[in-house]
Design a protein around this ligand. Structure first.
Ligand code: SF4
Length: 409
């Protein structure tokens, strides 16, 4: 269930139906102002809505004072164990403070932080992590880790409510994907506050992206989660941002920049797809329009499979075709395919319309028709899928129950 409440983190709304925000965390020593600001600018360029910085020492608080002023995006101070640092981070102007009420030194210290946060209008993220649950929940954790995680989070929420502080979001994080999914589902039913989603210590760019996509994707597809952070073992925090965006784009929750689709390739492949797709992906990063770009490894099937794409390329016999929304645009030598594709995308980026030259389009259409005719008998994966679909439609039409399928009882 989507969260009912909304908070404001430095101008970015979180929860209550706001777009799901993408976060990351800097990997630099926060006190190293130059390195931290460089990384913040890099992640902001990659699309981070919010950035978190670790604040484990007084010198980090000192740097934080400048960071919050210079950062192009809101900054969350990440505090553990030391409530004095939380107080100093609020005074330094942090747009939000993340703390674990279970490790900050008791309810009185949480109350002190909440009072100062109220005075400054600073929101908080309160969170529980598997592995650092309060002692009285350890037995339950062994029996039912999901209930233990949710129980700890709800206890923290109740503590904040007793302190009359409700300007917060909540996170439950675990390295275990099924437990993350189950506990956030349960928590979303029990509290109205925004939820921050993440898989702790997810792993490398490869495995961590997959784990995060599965865990966060399952929740986001159900409308659960208001802000996400992908935790990857890489110094390049912008990679976390890119993965976060890909998850949101795949679920059609947000749009940012182009979407690349590519056929899986097979033995009919007519050009070096690995290199071409990687080059197109890299070059597309410079574009803001949410255009869909398709790469088909051969023209044997025509371009019907990618007819929804705003732009696409396909090739055969040293030649290739640039197409748009199911229609040919230009036939070009294969080694010019990528450059011509980007010429067409550039024209669109400037004029916001797809420009068709009738003569080039007709030449492309003739070339495509010839390739299709030459390969009419080929059983390509796409043609097999189309045949299976047609066969299942025939089965359905012939079924004696088909006519009753949509009849109300
Ligand atoms: S037949 Fe389909 S999967 Fe194979 S290369 Fe052509 S477009 Fe790609």
């Amino acid at each position: 269930m989507a969260s009912e409440r909304q908070i404001d983190v430095g101008g970015v709304p979180i929860g209550g139906g706001a777009p799901v925000a993408v976060q990351t965390m800097t990997k630099t020593e926060t006190a190293n102002l130059q390195a931290t600001m460089d990384q913040i600018r890099t992640v902001a360029d990659a699309g981070a809505d919010i950035v978190r910085v670790a604040v484990p020492r007084d010198k980090d608080v000192e740097a934080l004072k400048t960071i919050v002023k210079e950062s192009p995006i809101p900054v969350i101070a990440d505090i553990h164990f030391n409530h004095t640092l939380a107080l100093k981070a609020i005074e330094a102007g942090a747009h939000c403070v993340r703390l674990n009420p279970g490790n900050i030194g008791g309810p009185e210290k949480v109350a002190e932080v909440a009072a100062l946060a109220t005075k400054h209008g600073t929101p908080m993220r309160i969170g529980v992590n598997s592995g650092s649950l309060p002692k009285h929940l350890h037995a339950l954790e062994r029996e039912n880790p999901v209930e233990a995680l949710v129980g700890a989070a709800v206890e923290f929420v109740e503590l904040m409510e007793r302190l009359r502080f409700e300007n917060f979001k909540v996170s439950i994080k675990s390295t275990n994907v099924p437990n993350t999914i189950a506990s956030n589902r349960l928590l979303s039913e029990r509290i109205p506050y925004p939820l921050h989603l993440g898989i702790t210590e997810a792993g490398t760019k490869w495995s961590g992206s997959l784990k995060s996509s599965v865990g966060l994707g399952a929740l986001l597809a159900d409308g659960i989660g208001d802000t996400i952070r992908i935790s990857l073992s890489t110094f390049h925090a912008e990679e976390e941002v890119k993965v976060g965006w890909e998850i949101l784009k795949a679920l059609h929750l947000r749009e940012r920049g182009p979407v690349l689709i590519a056929c899986p390739t097979c033995g009919r492949l007519q050009f070096d797809m690995d290199t071409v797709v990687a080059e197109i992906e890299r070059r597309l990063e410079a574009y803001e329009d949410p255009v869909e770009v398709a790469v088909l490894g051969c023209a044997v099937n025509g371009i019907g499979e990618a007819s929804h794409a705003d732009f696409g390329i396909t090739g055969a016999k040293n030649e290739g075709l640039v197409f748009s929304r199911g229609k040919p645009l230009r036939k070009v030598p294969q080694d010019e395919l990528v450059d011509v594709l980007f010429e067409e995308i550039d024209k669109y980026a400037t004029s916001k319309r797809i420009q068709v030259d009738a003569e080039s389009a007709n030449e492309g259409a003739r070339w495509l028709a010839q390739i299709e005719a030459e390969n009419a008998g080929e059983l390509t994966p796409e043609r097999i899928a189309a045949m299976e679909k047609a066969a299942s439609q025939l089965d359905e039409d012939a079924s004696p129950t088909a006519s009753r399928r949509f009849t109300r009882a």
